[in-house]
Design a binder for this molecule. Structure first.
Ligand SMILES: [Zn+2]
Length: 223
């Protein structure tokens, strides 16, 4: 049918280097969608790729410059594009990780695999490794937080709590409290210091007056 090819790109970003790869479609607005490469030797059939993107609302153009994301299609009022719309059909293993387009509410098996792989990269024992949270995984993969929660709950641990992060937050809260107390103390200390200085200045002035008076006494009354 079509001779369209789709570039293979990394899905989301990762700092572990073993990013999931997928076929990429890109809209002129910058939105991208991915179709994860099949794990193992089997590859997607060329026809399954546009079918996949279409099932997620993409308009697959005759050339990549004519690809449109679901959002842009919604916005487009021209019937020209609608006319070329093909009936959508969901593949058995379908996923899309859009940057701007609405994520599908339901996780497909491939989505689940990607989320699972990402969590396993950063989850050891009973918690995430330092710095990782459900939110960070979700942000990194650009998937709904609920997906990460679900997979993590099901396959890893009950809570995404990170002991190291918890320790840090606790210590930070304590530090902030102490800081506040000390700032208040220092402020009071400076105020008291300023008051003391004023009294010392007053006393100095009085000492000078007294010295002048003493000179007069000495001069007028004599020794
Ligand atoms: Zn778009």
């Amino acid at each position: 049918m079509s001779a369209r090819t789709f570039p293979v790109d990394r899905i989301g970003t990762t700092d572990t280097g073993n990013a999931a790869l997928g076929y990429r479609i890109r809209c002129t607005c910058g939105a991208v969608g991915f179709y994860p490469l099949k794990r193992g030797v089997k590859r997607r059939t060329p026809e399954s790729i546009p079918t996949h993107f279409r099932s997620y609302g993409w308009l697959v153009g005759t050339t990549d410059r004519k690809d449109r994301c679901p959002e842009c299609r919604k916005r487009a009022t021209t019937t020209e594009e609608t006319a070329t719309m093909t009936t959508t059909q969901k593949g058995p293993v379908a996923t899309v990780v859009p940057l701007k387009a609405e994520p599908p509410p339901e996780m497909s098996r491939a989505d689940r695999q990607i989320v699972f792989a990402k969590i396993s990269d950063h989850y050891t024992g009973e918690a995430y490794s330092a710095g990782w949270t459900d939110k960070r995984v979700a942000d990194d993969l650009n998937v709904p937080l609920a997906w990460v929660r679900e997979v993590r709950d099901q396959f890893f641990g009950a809570e995404g709590s990170n002991p190291l992060l918890d320790d840090f937050l606790k210590a930070k809260a304590e530090f902030d409290r102490e800081c506040q107390v000390l700032v208040e103390l220092r402020k009071r200390h400076f105020e008291e210091g300023a008051a003391l200085r004023r009294r010392l200045d007053d006393l100095d002035a009085k000492a000078r007056d007294l010295a002048v008076l003493a000179k007069r006494v000495e001069k007028e009354i004599g020794r």
